[in-house]
Ligand binder design. Sequence first.
Ligand code: TEU
Ligand code: CA
Length: 536
Amino acid sequence: MEHRQSWKSSVVYQIYPRSFMDSNGDGIGDIQGIISKLDYLKDLGINTLWLSPVYQSPNDDNGYDISNYLDIHPDFGTMNDMDQLIFEAKQRGIKIIMDLVINHTSDEHPWFIQSKDKKSPYRDYYIWKDKPNNWTSFFSGSAWDQIGDSYYLHLFSKKQPDLNWNNPKVMEEIKDIMRFWLDKGIYVFRCDVINIIYKSSLEDGKRRLVLVGREFYHSQEGCHQILKTLRKDVLSKYDCMTVGETVLVNTAQANDLILPEREELDMVFGFEHMETDQINNKWFKTRFKPQKFMKVIAKWQEELYWNANYLENHDQPRSITRFGNDQKYHEVSAKMLATLLLTLKGTPYIFEGQEIGMTNADIKRLEDYRDIETHRIVALAKKLHFPQFYIRHMLKTASRDNARQPMQWKKEGGFTTGIPWLKMNENMSFINVEDNLKNTDSILRHYQQLISLRQNHDVLIDGSFKPLYMKHNVFIFERKLNETSWITVSNLSGNKKRIPKNIKGSILLSNMHRTSLSNPVLMPYESILIDKEKTL
Ligand code: TEU
Ligand code: CA
């Protein structure tokens, strides 16, 4: 067989360290907690772990504001713990992805502290101006803040000043940071908001509702040049891969970042499928439209060289609540989404808790939310006199804390012996790892089966993708490799549907104990994985 890049067969599990497992009772997940769960992850079958940031940080944006890239946040442990994690993971055949946040640092990073002094050699590490322009931040409001008589740019919170990628010294610093971690045996970087790091101009942006100024920093040629340099000078010297988080990209822009001949990134996270249940903006959710969702997925499958497939992460609401049904069809719809995710072409990413069908948060009081973005939007909505019930609705459907409630290990929690940093979801009494492990037919077992199918059948990795049917909220596609042809059927609705007559074959996996296709009625949220060649 032709040489296949190792990341094509990766199955990635994303850990949000604060919320995964607390080993010392301070209510915050930590590295020793992760180590204690490595056997669980190995049994699940995953071979790659992505850790959201564990670096030193004042935690304005939970670690996405880094004050020291070369050290670990004491909440999470020490560098020794990190070395131990890399070692223990390797023993189990698990590779580690670290988050690389290089659009901005924390305002408490020594570079920024020094850059406040106009005469400092660090001044040019950041973007300073005498007068702000009209750009707005991802977290709403102006993207500029004042210190003394100057303003600095921050596309996220004011404690996340943007680095100046026009300064070659910044490039050298980041290269050193990457080498430091690669030398420790890190396999991958997940490059945070990587397609917006280069600002080609600081003039006023076109007037629009959100992200004013984006035409000057979104997917600029300068960004491609930076990525090529990082690849050539650093990444190509190691056995590693990169996945970029790329906001607002279309398929053409995504391909421009990942086609092998471009020598930039290996894959990217797109967002288009995440926008199929909203109008304009994530805070204005509408009813989920499966038709739109499957068409976007099929488009990315067909047009992209390789996909990073995901249904949820630490910034997104839980997929079961959003695209499935977290009540009556909790188990079947969670399994249906799993089958979809793991049989698509590309590298699958599973977010902690997804494997047991964790749902959106049950936080009732505004003050119990922890996320900075949530608090910023509440302040803005209050200023605009949004009614209280609507603000609650916005948070319930879109707050990032929906995905950040601690991992539900046991009926009574099992995450910490102390008080969790973010309230746990009360449904832990019936949605938890312990019960999932006891039950041979659980959501977790379904994930396990799918991961093992992927790892034992090249058709799920190298096979081509072809949509066969995308009507009436039913999504059917084929993966084909040489003589092998597998078909995934997913009913993305809560209504009964029919399986088209031409779909034939034997059942490889079902979320409803189906053993044949003789009954053409597709139950709500039913999903079937079929081997077409083995037609009975
Ligand atoms: O997210 C980038 C990003 O685009 C987010 O603003 C996203 O649109 C938003 O979270 C959706 O509500 C990355 C990280 O994943 C996120 O956690 C960080 O807050 C952000 O970058 C800044 O580093
Ligand atoms: Ca802890």
